[in-house]
Design a protein around this ligand. Structure first.
Ligand code: PGA
Length: 253
């Protein structure tokens, strides 16, 4: 694999694909393989909430971080069914996905909600992984840049970024997620360059990490990792099976 970066981020979003036993089996299988991974890889796994605690125990021991797939922005209270950022922090997480397209489009999460979640994640001492991206309709109307810019501006509006806190943004075109239709790596690179420029104004000094997400597979991950401004991948489906996840990991030498 030709990428020349010092650090390559591989983040695994298990979504609601794996039950408790399946999550534990996969976490243990990954942990057993870590001695063969490239030292450049910075890995984090985002399991389902019920399996998170045992998965964190297994992965922490081998230097793999964990994160929440979603959080609620209030710390505690009468919010039946919700889980706060503080609770995820207490369970050993380092990261939290915020504004994943499935949250935005299936659960009607707004840019305003996303902004509240970013703040709660920072207050809980977690690192947000902000997900942004356009729908196919928006892309067809040539609104890709506008939509992504609005999402990013809204997420970081009036935020005071804590010193030394990582800032991770994943560009994930909605039409590429779970569809097998990955974004052209050159187009993804252009969007990443735009996002980087925006972040340099909105969150100065933050040195952001930018991930591409959307139908990443062992066969295409190298093309993304080769591009400047693409620091890694956020992977859904292909991260939920050991062989395809190892296929992706093994592309990083
Ligand atoms: P996918 O999902 O890899 O299954 O397309 C990516 C994501 O939703 O983060």
């Amino acid at each position: 694999m030709p990428n020349k970066k010092d650090l390559v981020y591989l983040f695994a979003n298990w979504k609601m694909y794996l039950d408790y036993d399946e999550s534990n089996i996969l976490a243990n299988a990954i942990a057993n393989e870590t001695s063969n991974f490239s030292k450049k890889i910075k890995m984090a796994v985002f399991p389902g909430a019920l399996a998170l605690y045992p998965v964190v125990q297994v992965l922490n021991d081998v230097g793999i971080e964990s994160g929440a797939q979603n959080i609620y922005w209030v710390d505690k209270g009468g919010y039946t069914g919700e889980i706060s950022a503080q609770m995820y922090k207490g369970a050993g997480c380092k990261y939290a996905l915020v504004g994943h397209s499935e949250r935005r489009h299936i659960f009607n999460e707004t840019n305003h909600d996303v902004r509240q979640k970013i703040e709660a994640v920072l207050v809980a001492d977690l690192t947000p992984v902000l997900c942004v991206g356009e729908t196919s309709d928006e892309r067809e109307k040539n609104k890709t840049e506008e939509v992504v810019e609005i999402q990013i501006r809204a997420a970081f509006q009036n935020i005071v970024w804590p010193e030394n806190r990582e800032l991770v943004v994943a560009y994930e075109p909605v039409w590429a997620i779970g569809t097998g239709k990955a974004c052209d790596p050159i187009e993804a690179q252009k969007m990443h360059a735009l996002i980087k420029k925006l972040l340099s104004v909105l969150v100065p000094g933050a040195n952001p990490v930018l991930l591409y997400g959307g139908s990443v597979r062992p066969e295409n991950v190298g093309e993304y990792l080769d591009k400047p401004n693409i620091d890694g991948a956020l992977v859904g489906g292909a991260s939920t099976k050991l062989d395809s996840w190892m296929g992706i990991i093994n592309r990083v030498k």
